[in-house]
Each structure stands twice: as C-alpha cells, then as structure tokens.
Design a protein around this ligand. Structure first.
Ligand code: SF4
Length: 425
C-alpha cells in the first residue's frame, strides 16, 4: 500500500474465491471452472489458500490499526472451499487483524452445492449475512443459463440459515435473461417474496458477448427486448414495494429495518464495485485474484488470474495495478454517488466543499444534461440536479453520465451504444 491509513474507519476485507463447479452462461465474474475432486483443483485451491494467508500477513503488517468492521467472501463460489480450508483462512484473519465485536461477516453461497451442515459450520465461524444467487426460478430460464436450482432447495437454505441465526439474507436476481416473460417473472417474484429475504439485488443482464464469450449461446430472439426488459423491471418494483420493500439506489430493494434502508434514511448510503452498501466500507482491502482495494482515493487491483496473482506472493509483493484519483475524480465520484444513491445532488454544496464556482466548473456538464431536462427526466434549480418521475428514477445512470468526464463527448449526441445501454437501468 502506498499510504498508511489515517482514518478511524474500520476496514472492510474482501476475499475473492475464483472457483466454480459449472459455468452459468450469464456470468461476468472472474472465475475458473473446476471439478472439486480433481487433483489439479486440489493443487490450485492450495495455491489460493497459501497466497491468501501470505497476502493477509503482508497487508496487515503494513497497517497501524488493522481494525475490521466488515468481511465479505465473494467469487466465484466461496462455498467451493472445504471446512479445513475455511478454518485455515479465518484463523489467519483473526491472527493478523482486530475484528470488531459487531463485524459483519458475509458470504455468497451457491444453493446448488451448500448443505445445511455447511451453513452450521459457517455460522460457527462467525458468518451472519448470506447472499444467494437465485437469478430466476423458471425452469426454462434456468436451463437456458445452465443453472438449475429448485425453489425447494433455496427454501431449505433460507429456512436453515434463519434457524441457525443468520441475521440477513440477500437474494441476487437478474432480469433480461433468455425466455423471461412478464408471467414467468411474476411467478418468480411471488416465490421470492414468499421466502422473505431481507434484501434483494435486482440486476439487469449485461449482454457483452465480445467479452463474455459464453453469452454467445444466447439467441437474440430469446432475450427480452428493451421495452420488455423495462416491463420486467417495473413489475419487480411494483411487486417488491407492495410487499413492503424499499427501492434503494439503482437496483436494490430492502426491508425498512435492513441496514441499507437505514443507510438511505440517514444519508450514508454508498455505491462501490460490490453494489449498494451501507457506508461501512470506505477503506477496502481486497484479497485474491482480481480483488480490488480502495484506500480511499487510490484503487488497487490484484492480477486477474490465480497464476499471476499467486506469483506475487512467491516472488515479491508489490506490483498490483493502481489508479490514484485526481481532485476532479474525487468530486465527480461524490456527485455520481449522490445521484445513484439519492437521485439528486447539490452542485452548489460541492462547490462550497471543494472551493470552486460550480456554474463555471460544471458548465459543459450542464449543457450535456439539457436533453434530459427537456425530456422531463431531471430538473435543475438553484444549483441542484434532481431526477424527475419514475422514468428519471430508472435512468439515474444516464443522469449521472452527464457528469462523467471519462465518457466520450459524442456519446451525448448519438445516445448510448448497445453495450452501455444494456447496463442502463
Ligand atoms: S456460480 Fe457465480 S461466479 Fe460461478 S459461473 Fe455461476 S455466476 Fe459465475
């Protein structure tokens, strides 16, 4: 790390476990597909565990006060690991970091492979938040994306987790998948609401076959078109809000007593590369292949593959990719985060905080915003940009993009290209 932390903020640790047993065709994560019983797999998992322990030791030693308030295991499939492997990593975490008493231990689980016994073991280790990849319950959709998991299997995991004392259960759902219709989505939403998760992430499928080659198995004719996709999103908003969930940020729903809803009410909601968060993770340390650290105005990314990453810990630590934000980046990050989280931003307050004349500073950005103002999707008044109506609410990314200094200027004349447009909403 290039700088020592000066903040008293507790750290957030993110661990990336890059193994999965089979490939889901919508996947955009960094992973390698392996059979658990294979000899090569055993060697590669050992390499991961060894590298993680080394990375924990090296990073913790560089900190003056390594106090941890949030730990998240993602992937890939964290529950690919055996109990022995879990014990080994969590022991290293406890040895090298001071864990807050109310530290949130969270992990992503695959309902197809995790067992009630596994959950009991993870609970004993200290985990209390679970995130389940559900995506869609319709069989035809599940077959098309190569991820078959019954409603009953998810229900068993949810019921067991509650009995064991897990305090928060999150579902990840995706819309825009092949064969999704309003009727099938309605049925999935009914099943989701029956299971009563505390929090739901409702993501739009990013179709980028030029990057995610396995998405070439999707036929264009089977994917919901723009207006159908919008109808699926509207259906989810209607069903979830009627069921008592709050619509949060770009794409999350949470019960009013969930920490995300609390963060929205108390204005400490943030968005980072893991999605909407409750603001406890300003300082993030990433571990494992491809993991990102945020510190807080410099981002670091570990090498993407297990081979590249693990060589860092056998040769010499220190050559991760990094990007330090300029003051303009910091200002625009705050601005864009405000729009993503709350749907409005005060340019005037930003000008006061960072000592600039906001009308001059954002002159070009406000010109780019004009089309959206004319179309009634946003309003600009007294130095404040505010989304307007439901469509403005759904197009927060587009409103924020007017202030994104890294988008090419001609994008605002021609509209968003297809790969960017697929991520809007
Ligand atoms: S389990 Fe998750 S990470 Fe693994 S292939 Fe499926 S979507 Fe990707």
């Amino acid at each position: 790390m290039e700088t020592q932390p000066t903040s008293d903020d507790p750290l957030s640790l993110y661990f990336h476990v890059p193994f999965c047993e089979s490939l889901c065709f919508y996947c955009g994560c960094t992973k390698e597909i392996r059979k658990r019983q294979d000899a090569t797999t055993t060697e590669r998992v050992q390499r991961l565990i060894h590298g993680l322990k080394k990375e924990i030791q090296i990073k913790a030693a560089k900190l003056q006060n390594p106090k941890v308030g949030h730990i998240h295991f993602g992937g890939g499939t964290p529950t690919f690991l055996t109990r022995e492997e879990w014990s080994s990593i969590t022991k290293a975490i406890h040895e090298h970091f001071t864990i807050d008493d109310d530290c949130e231990w969270a992990l992503e689980v695959d309902p197809r492979s995790v067992t009630p016994e596994d959950l009991g073991f993870l609970r004993q280790l200290g985990f209390r938040r679970l995130s389940l990849g559900v995506q869609d319950f319709a069989e035809k959709v599940q077959k098309a994306v190569n991820r078959i998991q019954s409603f009953e299997s998810v229900q068993t995991i949810v019921d067991t987790a509650r009995d064991l004392g897990f305090t928060s259960i999150n579902f990840d759902l995706i819309y825009g998948l092949p064969f999704q219709t309003l009727e099938s989505m309605d049925q999935t939403l009914t099943q989701v609401i029956t299971l009563n998760p505390d929090r739901i992430a409702f993501y739009r499928l990013a179709v980028i076959p030029q990057i995610f080659k396995w998405q070439k198995s999707f036929l264009q004719k089977d994917l919901p078109e723009g207006k159908d996709s919008l109808a699926l999103q509207l259906k989810a908003i209607e069903r979830f809000t009627t069921a008592g969930y709050q619509f949060i940020g770009l794409d999350h729903f949470a019960k009013p007593d969930d920490t995300l809803a609390h963060a929205l009410r108390h204005k400490h909601l943030t968005r980072n590369f893991q999605g909407m968060t409750s603001g406890r993770d300003r300082l993030i340390l990433g571990f494992g292949p491809s993991a990102i650290s945020a510190w807080p105005n410099t981002y670091f990314q570990n090498p993407r593959t297990l081979d590249q990453w693990s060589s860092l810990y056998t040769i010499n630590y220190g050559s991760v990719k990094s990007c330090t934000l300029s003051l303009d980046d910091v200002i625009r990050r705050q601005l864009i985060s405000d729009i993503y989280c709350y749907g409005d931003v005060s340019l005037e307050s930003l000008g006061q905080e960072y000592h600039f004349r906001y009308l001059e500073y954002f002159h070009a950005d406000l010109l780019r915003l004009e089309t959206l103002l004319r179309d009634g999707l946003a309003q600009y008044s007294a130095g404040q940009v505010t989304e307007q109506g439901l469509l403005g609410r759904l197009l927060r990314r587009v409103i924020a993009s007017s202030f994104d200094a890294y988008l090419p200027p001609d994008i605002f004349k021609t509209g968003l290209p297809r790969d960017k447009a697929s991520q809007v909403g």
